[in-house]
Design a protein around this ligand. Structure first.
Ligand code: XLS
Ligand code: NI
Ligand code: NI
Length: 439
């Protein structure tokens, strides 16, 4: 078959000092870290929409990159060319998974029956590639936000007919996810939110979203989907208020509607920062609730208040992310690069440089997180910090063997407590720095 990225060979490992831009400096798939191969710690995925679709258009200007891959855009030939390009791209980088929306795969037709026919055709073509390469879907999803019919929401719409279209798209996207061997299925509530309470019944909308998710679970299980469903929290954009604001909000919602056994969370770094949290915070909240499923690996710009979807390069962030992931025992999903090259990075080479940067940033983060854990000082400090709850009255509190009156009695006897132990934040940050940077 004709190569699309003729000038790029398979990306190998060059080592930290390597000056060849088409080599990894840190990502060595077979290197064992804490008893597991890097490739198992880091199941990377390509995002179909950004990598094969987004070509630089923004609110102020049109495409800067050529993503026609030799075919006319908007045709089934182009849809197939994207498949060819995508699989060649993933093979060259050693990426084993991809993520997709239904309408990333084919041009959407006016009639949903025709869109579904196109999806059948392209998915047969994709399955052939899957069989040849072993590359599978990490997760699939339905785009329930671009089409004008979703202007008032999908699960939260005021139109029962639009709700049916959302259901139809989810049904088809679940079929495709199963067909592509997907590990998960994502709900990102792009239009599930509101601008003003003056025209919104929040309670009703929330309940209707839950009903749609419940039906999706029932249908998924009925066709043999054994993976996880995920909510991908995001606080705003496109809507002013979105129902899946952050991890804590989404977990509360899932528990309220009895969806917590089938759902986990897909945490996106840039969404975490938009919610006013750190990426690590969102990962920790998910993990302690048994709901850390998958990650959309990108990075925002703290000076900008929207989802800039940049390729991650901040090693402090990737390190602290991997610290959380390792502690949580890994992901059932993986690391989807929901990221796009910057608008002026408009060549095919830039597509590769972007992924090399992202994969290397997470590989280095993994190496450094393992070093922090093996070093042990941070863990030891945290354990020691709470040690007053390991004995005496502290132990009784934890075991639920005391009363408010007994605690008050002890306080009265002590008259005033000793100052609690220092939090030592700066000492701990300096340990992390000493592991990250060797000078
Ligand atoms: C948008 C979301 C989106 C989801 C998939 O902000 O990140 O890309 O990951 O619908
Ligand atoms: Ni995302
Ligand atoms: Ni996003």
């Amino acid at each position: 078959m004709k190569q699309i990225f003729k000038n790029v060979q398979k990306i190998g490992f060059g080592g930290a000092d390597c000056r060849d831009p088409m080599k990894f400096r840190f990502y060595e798939p077979d290197r064992v870290i804490l008893g597991k191969k890097m490739s198992e710690h880091l199941p990377f995925a390509m995002a179909w929409w950004h990598n094969l679709g987004a070509a630089g258009t923004d609110m102020f200007g049109r495409d800067t990159a050529d993503k026609s891959f030799g075919a006319e855009k908007g045709t089934m030939e182009h849809a197939k060319a994207k498949v060819d390009a995508g699989f060649e791209f993933m093979e060259k980088l050693g990426i084993k998974y991809f993520c997709f929306h239904d309408v990333d795969l084919v041009p959407e037709a006016d009639d949903i029956n025709e869109t579904n026919r196109r999806l059948d055709e392209i998915s047969d073509y994709i399955v052939k590639k899957i069989k040849k390469t072993g590359i599978k879907a990490l997760w699939g999803t339905a785009n329930l936000f671009s089409n004008p019919r979703y202007m008032n929401g999908a699960g939260s719409t005021n139109s029962a007919d639009v709700y049916c279209f959302a259901a139809a798209q989810i049904k088809k996207a679940l079929d495709l996810t199963v067909k592509f061997g997907g590990r998960g299925y994502v709900f990102w509530g792009g239009r599930e939110g509101y601008e003003t309470l003056l025209n919104t019944d929040v309670k009703f909308e929330e309940e209707n979203i839950a009903r749609l998710m419940k039906m999706a679970v029932d249908y998924g299980r009925s066709i043999g989907f054994t993976g996880d469903f995920y909510i991908e929290p995001k606080p705003k954009e496109p809507m002013k208020h979105q129902y899946d604001f952050d991890a804590a909000t989404s977990i509360g919602f899932l528990r309220k509607y009895g969806l917590d056994k089938d759902f986990k969370l897909n945490i996106e770094a840039n969404h975490a920062t938009l919610a006013g949290h750190t990426f690590s915070h969102e990962l920790r909240i998910s993990a302690i609730n048994g709901m850390l499923g998958s990650i959309d690996a990108n990075q925002g710009d703290l000076l900008l208040g929207w989802d800039t979807d940049e390729f991650p390069y901040d090693i402090y962030e990737t390190t602290m992310c991997m610290y959380e992931v390792i502690k949580a025992g890994g992901l059932t999903g993986g690391f989807n690069f929901d990221a796009k090259s910057r608008r002026p990075s408009n060549t095919a080479e830039d597509m590769f440089y972007s992924y090399i940067l992202g994969m290397d940033s997470f590989a280095l983060g993994l190496i450094k997180a393992a070093e922090i854990i093996e070093d042990g000082r941070v863990d030891a400090f945290v354990k020691e910090k709470y040690s007053s709850f390991e004995k005496g009255i502290g132990k009784k509190i934890v075991e639920g063997k005391t009363t408010l009156a007994e605690l008050a009695e002890r306080a009265e006897k002590l008259k005033a407590p000793k100052a609690p132990q220092s939090g030592r934040q700066e000492y701990l940050q300096s340990i992390v720095n000493s592991i990250l940077f060797k000078g």
